[in-house]
Each structure stands twice: as C-alpha cells, then as structure tokens.
Write a protein that binds this ligand. Structure first.
Ligand code: NAD
Length: 254
C-alpha cells in the first residue's frame, strides 16, 4: 500500500517543517524526491538525511515566486525523470488585519503563496499531461475561517483552494488529480518564527496557550501532515480529486 516506487516527486519548500516531513515520508515509500527550496542549504540537509536513510533525494535552489527559475528547475528534472507528483508546500506567513496590510506586503504574499502555486502547477501539468500525475497544494484552515489578524495569508490560502478545484477540473481528462489540504496549527519553524517575532521573551507561554486553544489540545506535528499527503499522492487515492482536506485537530468543525 502507498507504494511510490518509480515515481518522481517535487516538494517546494521541502527544506523545513511540513515540507521536510512530506519529503521524507514520500521518500520512505520509494519516491525519488526533488526538494526545491529558496534555501539550497536547507534543501540539501533534508536530501542528505533522506540519502542517509537509504532514500533517494536531490536538492535544488528555487524561488517559486520567480517563473523563470521555476521553469528551469522543472525542465531540468523532467529531462532526467519526468514528474509524477508535485507538492506545492512553499509558503510564507503575514500577520495583520486589512488595515495593517500594505500593498507591498499583499504583493509579497501573493507572489509566494499564490503565484508560486500557479507557476509550479502550470509547468507541472504540461509535464504530467502524457501519463498523468498528482498535485497536492498546501492551503490552510485560514481559507476556511479567515484567521484573525491574518488578512493577506487567509486571502492567499483561499486562492490556493480555488486554484485546486480549477486545475482538478481542467486536467481530469489527462488523469491529473489535484487536491489541497488545510492544516491547522502545526509545530514547525514557521510557528516558532511567528512566536519569536510577535511575543519575544514569551514564546514558551504563547506556545502553550496556542496549543491548549486547539480543540484537540495540542498542535499537529509535521509527520501527521506527511501521512495525509502520502495517501493523496498514492494510487489508493485514485477516486479523489478537486477536494480539500482539513487536518486540524477539529479546528474548523468542532
Ligand atoms: P516553514 O517556514 O517551516 O517552511 C517553509 C519552507 O518554504 C522553508 O524551507 C522556506 O525556505 C521555503 N520557502 C519560503 N519561501 C519560498 C519561496 N519563495 N520559494 C521556495 N521555497 C520557499 O513552514 P511550514 O510551517 O512547514 O509551512 C509549510 C506550508 O504549510 C506553508 O504553505 C504554510 O502556509 C502551510 N501551513 C502551515 C501551518 C502551520 O501551522 N505550520 C498551518 C497551515 C498551513
């Protein structure tokens, strides 16, 4: 079950947190994983850890907001291996209501969280058209509930959700499945960075408060997200496309 042997998977933002866990989980099931991250050093560390565990991985530097870089990266990979799986995981956060969001900040979130998914998916569907493939996008509970003080971030993840359905519809006939997942709070450097920036000196207290405020009483861990992504990428999920899956300890519904 969930065997990905012979498949090539590209994970954006695979050098940290959720992307790291996804990369390792897919590699454990036999995929060759291309870890594409803004930080080559971070991507290389994860690739090395996968190789040490007898998996197959390569690291590439790629800014998903830059269409030319994305094209070059994907074309290089496709030459050698083709592309079977794309996980659009790279994303950045922003704190602020609409009143506290500048046009420049809005553009920055749009460039990475929305255009990044656009650039990568656009070239991926071309590469997958002949033999099919799978795309999984990282949305967020912010797309479902519009998180307080996260105007631009919520906007961007809502767009990811809509792009997911649109791509799923347009490429159904090419045997390309496209789904999104909407994690709740997951303990990654993304969360640690947010706490350090916004609650200096009080990080531990805020971490506990945030954890306890989740319906399930804790944050998620990245491996729990990796397991859902693995399922969606596998042939076992062949009947699933155009859907979004909250994975949030009950945040959206309880
Ligand atoms: P993280 O900050 O730990 O890791 C993000 C990775 O993306 C980093 O390695 C970073 O270098 C890379 N990256 C950033 N900008 C990039 C760019 N322009 N091009 C390529 N790579 C880039 O974050 P995380 O918590 O693991 O989050 C991963 C994804 O999950 C994001 O899309 C985030 O919005 C989403 N998400 C996270 C949570 C959470 O609680 N952690 C909740 C819901 C959704």
């Amino acid at each position: 079950k969930f065997n990905l042997s012979g498949k090539t998977a590209l994970v954006t933002g695979g050098g940290s947190g959720i992307g790291e866990a996804i990369s390792k989980t897919l590699a454990q099931q036999g995929a060759k994983v291309v870890i594409a991250d803004l930080s080559l050093q971070a991507a290389q560390r994860v690739a090395d850890e996968i190789s040490d565990a007898e998996g197959s991985a390569v690291a590439v530097a790629c800014n998903v907001a830059d269409e030319d870089q994305v094209k070059n990266t994907f074309q290089e990979i496709a030459k050698e291996n083709g592309l079977d799986i794309l996980v659009n995981n790279a994303g950045i956060a922003h704190v602020g209501s609409i009143s506290k969001t500048s046009s420049e900040e809005f553009d920055r979130i749009l460039d990475v969280n929305v255009k990044g998914v656009f650039h990568c998916s656009k070239i991926a569907v071309e590469l997958m058209k002949m033999k099919g493939g799978v795309i999984v996008n990282l949305s967020s509970i912010a797309a479902h509930v519009g998180l307080t003080d996260r105007f631009a971030y919520s906007m961007s993840k809502g767009a990811v959700h809509a792009m997911t359905m649109s791509v799923a519809k347009d490429f159904l006939a090419h045997n390309i499945r496209c789904n999104s997942i909407s994690p709740g709070r997951v303990h990654t450097p993304f969360v640690d960075g947010f706490l350090a920036k916004n609650y200096p000196g009080n990080e531990k207290e805020m971490f506990d408060t945030l954890s306890k405020s989740q319906p399930i009483g804790r944050m998620g861990n990245p491996d729990e997200i990796g397991a859902l992504v693995l399922y969606l990428c596998s042939d076992e999920a062949s009947f699933i496309t155009g859907s979004d899956f909250p994975i949030d300890g009950g945040f959206v519904t309880l």
